[in-house]
Design a protein around this ligand. Sequence first.
Ligand code: ZN
Length: 88
Amino acid sequence: MDGPPREMPDLELALLRRGVDELVAELERCRHCHRTPLVGERVYLYAGGTLLCELCRPFEQEPPAVSRLVHGPEFGHTMRLSDRRAAV
Ligand SMILES: [Zn+2]
């Protein structure tokens, strides 16, 4: 018996979340030019996890597995907060 799972302290949870955010940021970088694609830019994901930006897409021979737009995870939230402050 391992006993009941212990609850995770806030700090530990925050560190874990930060780690995930950094991992995502790393994956969002273009494999070819190592540039972080801009918000609203289209990026292309290939089988095997390669990510290329719009500019570098022609360098890859294979067709991309999926393409998607880059969106800022924090940006919308920050905007909403500043909007509320402006309204008060
Ligand atoms: Zn690129």
